[in-house]
Ligand binder design. Sequence first.
Ligand code: ADP
Ligand code: ADP
Length: 229
Amino acid sequence: DPIIICRDVHKWYGNYHALRGIDMDVRRGEVVVVFGPSGSGKSTFIRTINRLEEHQRGQITVDGIELTHDVRNIERIRMETGMVFQQFNLFPHLTVIDNITLAPIWVRGWTKAQAEEIAMQLLKRVGIPEQARKYPGQLSGGQQQRVAIARALAMQPKIMLFDEPTSALDPEMIKEVLDVMIELAESGMTMIVVTHEMGFARAVADTMYFFDQGQIVESGAPEQIFGDP
Ligand code: ADP
Ligand code: ADP
């Protein structure tokens, strides 16, 4: 059964109809790429999955939990979904390792020692263990985004959501972030990625969805989308 089910999802900002009937099933381990023009509702869509935005019509079910007004359901879904934003959204006054361990300590109840051990493993996984005691402002954009990925992974999510994770990066830093995301995809993580990086999509997407004016107007495997023979 799909881990994410979206049925006829609609979202209005005031009277602006931003999502106009989104249907999407995501299997466990599936890597989904969402692409399309600016303003087409990609960010709004991905943010409805963990309730950063509220949909007003249709159904969203995540790992068997339906997104309703029930706050317990929203909290459970947020525990299962890691999110990475375009602007890394790190806490500037906390060191890298404290950024990563904050939620596991306070939300999961891990000891500081446990949380730091796991944080160090994650920093190795994203390739920057030597940056653990620095502050975000001392890191490059690519390094900060890798910290943001490690921070999301520290909560041991079942699903990772990426909202244009490389759009704020200088070109030379894009690859180091995409490489981490490719490794994550290959490890079997369920991912929805909003991105313009078509090389990434070709390499790891199982399914691509093209958004336009709040609707999915095209979907399929990368071979279909790119028209490969
Ligand atoms: P995309 O991610 O594809 O660029 P968005 O989901 O950010 O698109 O935006 C879709 C549309 O909804 C845009 O027209 C945008 O201006 C509008 N929109 C996004 N967020 C808000 C908001 N908080 N209030 C009003 N309109 C919004
Ligand atoms: P993106 O396309 O990368 O999602 P935007 O520039 O569309 O970024 O939006 C940046 C922020 O501004 C988001 O938080 C979005 O919700 C908000 N926003 C976008 N459009 C509007 C709008 N028309 N009215 C109010 N807030 C908006």
